[in-house]
Design a binder for this molecule. Structure first.
Ligand SMILES: [Zn+2]
Length: 367
């Protein structure tokens, strides 16, 4: 096994995109660009980029997605670059292609936010927008406490005391449900999923229609960060217990898979996950889709919550281009992208392992 190439990781969205396109060139992959109508904080153009390697008509396709939660994109991007530049076509079995989707939420990546330009948590946005949105009455009660008008110590302390009271009143499960299950009422609030399909949601559908529709076997690894032990990559599945999907995920990735429906993971089977979006689009008998979320641990949940609240405050009440933005963006970046060599090495090792396993699983054929 080659040494991990920790220089595959970037220090900005723009650098990540450049490295991705350069690595795609080295691999001989075809690239496709989807322009986002917004700009980054430095005025830079934003896009989702796709690299495709392998036969055009391959019946098996391995997909790796980075940047569903914007700022988490550094992780998946580093892996994609490393695989394209270091492994490439040599790692592809017959009749198999890879499709790497870089920065599916380029706005969040460049602004160091989890959300899209519409304020959406993309993993709450893959709901049926023609139906009534799921209710979250708890969020209504605590919305202004989560994102108070100012971040002064006194205001924060008062808000936190009220949040603690609320948590005591309803219990931990209902509290975390209220905070993070997703809400469809406050566009500048946390875990907002409503308002229609986000640009990133529509773009992923366009990409899936173009490159994945009609393929008999598709495997998807969606890279995330922020949950779990530092540096560990947890493959999470949201398929129903003992369903064909959950059996395939386990056959591909083995005993380290955790199933949200069995309560084995901190990640919950929320409404609106990309998992449901892609599984509605690509389904049997046309396509066997085998999908996992690969979640890399960073720091504790409390520091994440703190960074996340400040980010929402900045974009609701503050000046995202002003002085106050610096430390807030730095805290978000640290939370979702710990820039240490050991963390990056762990990401690369695990990423290569899961891709190798998925390619082997696809090559074995249907269970
Ligand atoms: Zn995430």
């Amino acid at each position: 096994m080659s040494m991990p190439h920790i220089h595959s990781f970037a220090a900005s969205y723009g650098e990540a995109r450049d490295k991705f396109l350069a690595a795609a060139r080295i691999a001989g992959a075809a690239t496709f660009r989807y322009d986002n109508p917004h700009k980054g904080p430095a005025g830079e153009a934003l896009s989702t980029d796709v690299a495709r390697l392998g036969p055009d008509d391959a019946s098996r396709v391995l997909v790796a997605i980075s940047g569903t939660h914007g700022a988490e994109g550094y992780c998946g991007s580093g892996f994609q670059v490393d695989w394209l530049a270091g492994t490439g076509a040599a790692g592809l079995p017959a009749d198999t292609a890879v499709l790497f989707v870089h920065a599916i939420n380029p706005y969040g990546f460049s602004w160091t936010r989890r959300v899209t330009e519409e304020g959406n948590d993309l993993n709450r946005n893959y709901v049926d927008h023609d139906k009534p949105y799921p209710a979250n009455d708890g969020y209504l009660e605590i919305a202004d406490l989560l994102i108070p008008r100012d971040l002064s110590p006194a205001t924060l302390e008062a808000a936190n005391a009220k949040l603690a009271d609320y948590r005591k009143k309803v219990g931990d499960v209902a509290f975390f449900q209220a905070v993070s299950a997703g809400q469809y009422t406050h566009p500048d609030g946390m875990f907002f999923g409503g308002g229609g399909p986000a640009w990133a949601n529509r773009t992923l559908h366009t990409i899936a229609e173009r490159f994945l529709r009609g393929r008999p076997d598709v495997a998807v690894i969606d890279f995330h960060t922020g949950l779990g032990p530092y540096g560990y990559g947890e493959p999470i599945t949201h398929y129903d217990i003992d369903s064909p999907g959950s059996r395939r995920v386990r056959a591909f990735w083995g005993e380290s898979v955790t199933e949200s429906k069995r309560g084995q993971t901190a990640s919950q089977a929320r409404d609106g996950l990309g998992h449901y979006g892609l599984n509605r689009l690509l389904k049997e008998p046309e396509t066997r889709l085998t999908m996992c979320t690969l979640e890399f641990g960073t720091f504790d949940r409390d520091s994440g919550q703190k960074a996340f609240r400040a980010d929402h405050w900045l974009h609701k009440y503050g000046d995202p281009l002003g002085q106050e933005a610096g430390p807030i963006r730095a805290a978000m970046r640290r939370q979702f992208y710990p820039e240490t060599d050991d963390w990056k090495e762990a990401v690369l090792f695990r990423g290569h392992q899961l891709v190798r396993q998925a390619l082997a699983g696809l090559a074995r054929g249907p269970l």
